[in-house]
Design a protein around this ligand. Structure first.
Ligand SMILES: NC(=O)c1ccc[n+]([C@@H]2O[C@H](COP(=O)([O-])OP(=O)(O)OC[C@H]3O[C@@H](n4cnc5c(N)ncnc54)[C@H](OP(=O)(O)O)[C@@H]3O)[C@@H](O)[C@H]2O)c1
Length: 296
């Protein structure tokens, strides 16, 4: 039953999944489902987790920062959502096994995995320390592979859904984003390969290529030396809100889409990259010279 009053988080025993209390009539598409969103203590991951809760899912929150994760969990619990959380670095396979175990212990099943956790960069390849390149690449590639590997038997049992969060920058090259773009492109190909290799499981493998989105004020990316720095300035009128992006991700999961490219700019990049790649390169090179702050 929908419940408009905030209340403490429901205590669920293993195997018991209760629809989120805020699911409105006609908006309970995820009732009875359990979703894990990696990197959901902040940003787009947090808003995707919130949207899943609102549409009836029980959700497992994750991140590396225990304090921030606890704050997000408390906020969700105060809203009456069915939620649990687990601190885990998704580039560590053993930690991913613990993360999946925590999901099963809380809710008894796992139906939906959204691999959202990621570190981005603001650094040119020539300046980047090799270990920083690796850190950014690992967070995007192994931060996708490891939670999926640990979750696969449970997702197979559920004929579940896996969504890799990628970027429109995976669709072409972006100066100052070498490791990030390479990682985001890798997961797009991985989704395609797994869709073929694991077709018999009935699991949905999809990719969402996100475009410019509003960021949490404290979002940080890595510079060439691996220091956290604010993200480069992007014109606000080009940015979608995190809630808008979350709604598109939920639509993608519900429809079990193979690929979703967010924003008109993203779809334009796909068209130009496919049919007029030299024009695409010319645009990037020109804007690199004229709009340096956009990349740096
Ligand atoms: N914002 C945009 O404009 C944009 C555009 C295209 C694509 N995207 C993609 O959308 C997703 C979310 O981006 P966002 O803007 O919301 O970024 P964000 O605010 O930095 O959120 C990323 C989350 O991932 C967590 N995280 C990072 N590394 C982790 C790890 N190894 N293990 C566990 N958690 C980890 C971070 O928390 P801790 O660091 O505290 O662990 C944070 O909660 C990312 O995949 C990003 O690449 C965003």
């Amino acid at each position: 039953m929908p419940d408009a009053q905030p209340r403490p988080a429901p205590v669920l025993s293993p195997g018991q999944v209760r629809p989120g209390p805020f699911a409105e009539a006609g908006r309970d598409a995820f009732a009875g489902k359990v979703a894990l969103v990696t990197g959901s203590e902040s940003g787009i991951g947090r808003e995707t987790a919130r949207a899943l809760c609102r549409q009836g899912a029980a959700v497992v929150l994750n991140g590396r920062n225990a304090q921030r994760l606890a704050q997000t969990r408390q906020e969700f619990e105060a809203a009456g959502f069915a939620v649990t959380s687990c601190v885990a670095d998704v580039t560590d396979y053993a930690a991913c096994e613990e993360l999946i175990a925590a999901a099963l212990e809380a809710f008894g099943q796992l139906d939906i995995l959204v691999t959202n956790a990621s570190i981005s960069q603001r650094a040119y390849f020539a300046d980047m320390r090799p270990e920083v390149f690796r850190q950014v690449l690992d967070s995007n590639v192994y931060g996708t592979v490891y939670p999926l590997k640990a979750a696969l038997p449970h997702l197979t049992r559920a004929r579940g859904s896996v969504t890799f969060i990628s970027s429109i920058s995976a669709l072409n090259g972006m100066p100052s984003g070498s490791a990030y773009c390479a990682g985001k492109a890798a997961v797009a190909n991985l989704a395609h390969t797994l869709r073929l290799e694991l077709a018999h499981t009935g699991i949905h493998f999809g990719v969402v290529h996100i475009g410019f989105t509003q960021n949490d004020p404290d979002k940080r990316v890595l510079d060439a030396a691996g220091q956290p720095v604010p993200i480069a300035h992007r014109p606000p009128r080009w940015q979608k809100s995190q809630a808008e992006v979350a709604a598109i991700i939920l639509d993608h999961i519900r429809r079990r889409r193979q690929r979703t490219v967010i924003s008109t700019l993203g779809r334009l990049i796909v068209l130009i990259h496919t049919y007029l790649p030299r024009l695409g390169d010319w645009i990037v090179l020109t804007t690199t010279r004229r709009l340096r702050h956009f990349y740096e």
